[in-house]
Design a protein around this ligand. Structure first.
Ligand SMILES: [Cu+2]
Length: 485
């Protein structure tokens, strides 16, 4: 599996000192600013703090607040409990989240447990809820006993403020523990966010064009750090839980010169480990990979190469960040030192093969609607902008639906459905994985199957380019309740 490096290895010590912060930031309208308000590269990698369920309960207050450090800049952004990302919530299948969400922001918020197969009940994973500034709201979310063990995350989902809050750092990882023993000696969470800091050392506001294209930040961060350095020992493997918590960015993650061993997507184990030279992550997606540091001590960069998301015909530039697919940027550096300490490889079989649910009880065509460059349309689904009071999709509990999702526009859109996982039938690049975010290419379509089992209730599906969601590319889905077929 050892191959020649595709890029030369970097030595970040010199790079950080010589280049300050200017290197490696691509596709931006301005470079990160040096000086007192500038980001600091090369800090030691650190996992986010953790909050762990005790006796089956994960309880206490979770505070969304301002004045949180980002990229080494004091007080630049938003976070939970004073950090960005917030604490990693760790629990096991069957446990219950009983958190009090305190809104210390000056805008409304709420809490979404992305990817958890939990009912969208009021008081639970309810995307329609408003937690006003200053208010504290009780959440109770029970994770089913048969829930997959894997990597999930949480973030605000209050329609209209989601992109601003996530772009400022208001995200956190959520780990459901368990699953096969991967033979790894270390287990790390790598939450990837992006942001842009203004001259005042605070997160920059998005302009109108950023909101159309989907904002991308000048700085791509891992656990709130700009290009952190992660320690490794030769042949001593590590599990990395990668979370794409950016607002808009689609990127291919690679480890300079060696394969990543991909073991899980969106919190679900693949049937077997797959060595890949890159793993693609749209906003909201997660990938769990096993990394085996090489025999030779040195630095190995973890890279993210932007995927071109397309743009608006005839509307020129894309504003903040752009979507031009330049890069790659350095996410982090693995610094390998010491004598080899080999660990065993992951098991050959991780889970049962994925069998799409079916046959479908019902087939629907959904059309992602976006501005088409001069046309009068806004963002929506099936030509309608989001209306929380309207039932868009009404589904009979326990049935299987097949969705043909059409994207006639010029930008790709990553589609996220809450609560119920999707299986992709025919998309190019599909690895047979179950996903909770599926990328629908510009001018293309995907075919999905969804089994509406395990939970009932009313929730949403939406584009996970969060500016598009805030602009109305979201629809309601009601499973069960009055009038259900
Ligand atoms: Cu979109």
């Amino acid at each position: 599996m050892t191959r020649q490096p595709r890029f030369s290895r970097r030595h970040l010590l010199g790079l950080a000192a010589a280049a300050g912060v200017a290197g490696g930031v691509a596709a931006c309208t301005g470079l990160p600013r040096p000086g007192p308000a500038g980001p600091a590269a090369g800090a030691p990698f650190a996992d986010p703090p953790e909050r762990r369920a005790r006796g089956g309960l994960l309880t206490g207050t979770l505070t969304a607040g301002t004045g949180v450090d980002l990229a080494g800049v004091a007080g630049a952004g938003l976070g939970y409990d004073g950090t960005s990302p917030g604490p990693t919530l760790r629990l096991r299948p069957g446990d219950e989240i009983a958190l009090h969400l305190h809104n210390g922001l000056d805008t409304p918020t709420n809490l979404h447990t992305h990817g958890l197969r939990v009912p969208p009940d009021p008081g639970g994973d309810d995307p329609f809820r408003t937690v006003a500034p200053g208010e504290t709201a009780d959440y109770r979310i029970r994770v089913p006993r048969d829930h997959p063990a894997g990597t999930f995350w949480y973030h605000p989902h209050h329609h209209g403020t989601v992109a601003d809050q996530v772009f400022a750092g208001l995200v956190g990882a959520l780990v459901v523990e368990g699953g096969p023993d991967l033979g790894t000696a270390e287990d790390h969470v790598l939450v990837v966010t992006d942001t842009t800091l203004g001259d005042d050392g605070r997160v920059a506001a998005a302009g109108p064009m950023d909101r159309v294209a989907g904002r991308e930040g000048e700085l791509v961060l891992v656990n709130g750090l700009y290009r952190p350095v992660l320690a490794g020992i030769p042949q001593r493997s590590q599990r990395w839980r990668l979370v794409n918590a950016t607002c808009s960015r689609v990127f291919d993650v690679s480890l300079d010169g060696q394969d990543l061993v991909h073991v899980a997507t969106d919190g679900v184990f693949l049937p077997r480990p797959v060595a890949r030279d890159r793993v693609r992550l749209a906003p909201g997606n997660r990938a769990d990979v096993v990394v085996r540091p090489p025999d030779v001590p040195g630095d190995v960069d973890l890279l993210a190469a932007d995927v071109d998301r397309g743009g608006m015909g005839g509307m020129g530039g894309t504003g903040m960040g752009g979507t031009t697919g330049t890069g790659p940027v350095v996410l982090a550096t693995l610094r390998v030192t010491g004598a080899a300490a080999p660990t065993p490889p992951p098991p050959a079989v991780l889970s049962a093969p994925v069998v799409p649910p079916g046959p479908p009880d019902r087939t629907r065509v959904l059309t992602l609607t976006a501005p088409m460059g001069g046309g009068g349309m806004g963002f929506g689904i099936d030509g309608r902008g989001f209306d929380p009071a309207r039932d868009d999709l009404v589904v009979a509990p326990g049935t299987v639906e097949e969705w043909v999702v059409e994207n006639p526009g010029t930008m790709l859109h990553p589609l996220h459905l809450h609560t119920w996982p999707m299986t992709v039938l025919d998309a190019a690049g599909s690895d047979g994985a179950v996903r909770d975010v599926v990328t629908v290419p510009a001018g293309g379509r995907v075919v999905l199957r969804v089994a509406f089992t395990g939970a009932t209730g009313r929730t949403v599906l939406h584009c996970h380019v969060l500016d598009h969601e805030d602009a109305g590319m979201m629809a309601t889905v009601r499973v069960g309740g009055a009038g259900t077929p």
